[in-house]
Design a protein around this ligand. Structure first.
Ligand code: HEC
Ligand code: HEC
Length: 325
């Protein structure tokens, strides 16, 4: 009786494991080729390229991930390092590499059409039709800025740098077959024209869709990236791949008078703080880039953050030493 039960239970288990394995492996190469291409073609207009440079280098943190890893020190001190990719994220689901964004035909974007680069940023679908890992959260870039970014990337001289394929471990394969199986697109229709001027609307656009201030200053799940704390309420245990001896606590940047940084700073002090650049050595916040932002844009971000619901939450000192050497 017991033996029969065990055999039956064993075969049920075998079917589940086998079925799960088939399910997981069948979902490793899902394609999303039907996703529409944004109507974007690179421009050679110098004003468009200058806007693209501003977005890529000063506001969106592209170089933090795609910059040449061997030139990290130059990047941190403010140089426009080549966007050759190759930086590797060693995280629980596996090892993932940033791509070469220069115009090299074989190893970069040289062979990738403009509209495919635009689709990757807006809809999270790679040039080969696969769902991209959700590292890039600029799906809300306005149409004109998307075109400006692609136009600027096209001016980057080709640099040959073959980047290894991603390595998914067992956990990574399961995650890829389930929670990360679908590409991530914009949550609302992005604007055709990027808002400009020192308004709350410009600030919302820059903080939410370009500079991604929320992405570090809000508590998130380490596994899926889902937000688990109040927006802009600060976070703890933020690690920097280049420095594993410390963890960071991006502070609460709401206007709560006691625990929020914006409760203690007026607009001019906020602008002055950004012009000052990095104060704590090694801080992962791209201060060198943000210090170059237009004054109107900094004022806009301040005004937007002031309009966000204040959160009472103290995340402690900005950096914690783990006592490792
Ligand atoms: C947080 C790190 C990070 C940031 C910031 C980032 N990227 Fe990426 N990017 C990645 C990773 C990782 C991949 C590889 C994703 C994959 O293959 O699933 C990638 C892939 C790409 C691709 C290739 C898509 C394809 O077709 O395979 C392009 C183009 C790209 N990024 C452009 C940009 C631009 C432009 C910016 C700034 C506006 C940017 N990235 C910011 C990490 C980042
Ligand atoms: C890559 C992660 C990251 C991003 C993106 C980021 N921050 Fe931070 N921020 C941090 C960390 C870490 C600290 C604490 C260390 C420090 O002060 O440099 C910090 C500190 C701050 C402070 C306090 C500085 C002080 O000296 O009091 C302000 C204000 C701030 N961030 C605002 C912003 C705004 C606004 C944006 C978007 C434009 C932003 N941050 C984007 C990680 C980030």
């Amino acid at each position: 009786m017991l033996r029969k039960f065990l055999i039956a239970a064993g075969s049920v288990l075998a079917v589940i494991v086998l079925g799960g394995g088939v399910f997981v492996s069948a979902r490793q190469n899902l394609h999303f080729d039907d996703t529409p291409y944004p109507d974007v073609a690179a421009s050679t207009d110098s004003a468009v390229i200058a806007r693209g440079r501003y977005i890529v280098r000063d506001v969106a943190p592209c170089a933090g991930c795609h910059g040449d890893p061997s030139q990290r020190a130059s990047y941190v001190s403010g140089a426009d390092v080549p966007l050759v990719g190759g930086f590797s994220f060693d995280i629980p689901p596996g090892q993932f590499y940033t791509r070469n964004l220069t115009s090299d035909k074989e190893t970069g974007l040289g062979g990738v059409p403009d509209k495919a680069i635009a689709r990757a940023l807006r809809y999270g679908v790679g040039h080969d039709g696969r769902a991209l890992l959700p590292f890039m959260e600029m799906q809300g870039l306005a149409d004109d800025d998307l075109r400006a970014v692609v136009s600027y990337l096209r001016t980057q001289p080709p640099v040959r740098n073959p980047v290894p394929p991603h390595h998914y471990n067992v956990l990574g394969k399961v995650v890829r077959a389930t929670v990360l199986s679908k590409p991530v697109g914009p949550s609302a229709t992005p604007p055709a024209q990027s808002p400009r001027g020192a308004s709350v609307e410009t600030g919302r656009y820059l903080a939410e869709s370009v500079a991604l201030c929320w992405s570090c200053h809000t508590e998130r799940s380490q596994m899926t990236g889902a937000l688990t704390g109040p927006r802009y309420g600060g976070t703890t245990g933020f690690t920097e791949s280049y420095d594993t001896a410390r963890t960071w606590s991006p502070p609460n940047i709401t206007s709560d008078p006691e625990t929020g940084r914006l409760g203690k700073m007026n607009e001019d002090q906020f602008v002055a703080r950004f012009r000052q650049g990095r104060v704590i050595p090694g801080s992962p916040m791209p201060w060198q880039a943000f210090s170059r932002m237009d004054e109107d844009d900094l004022r806009a971000i301040y005004r937007y953050l002031k309009s966000v619901a204040p959160v009472k939450r103290d995340v402690g000192p900005p950096v914690v030493s783990l006592g490792k050497t």
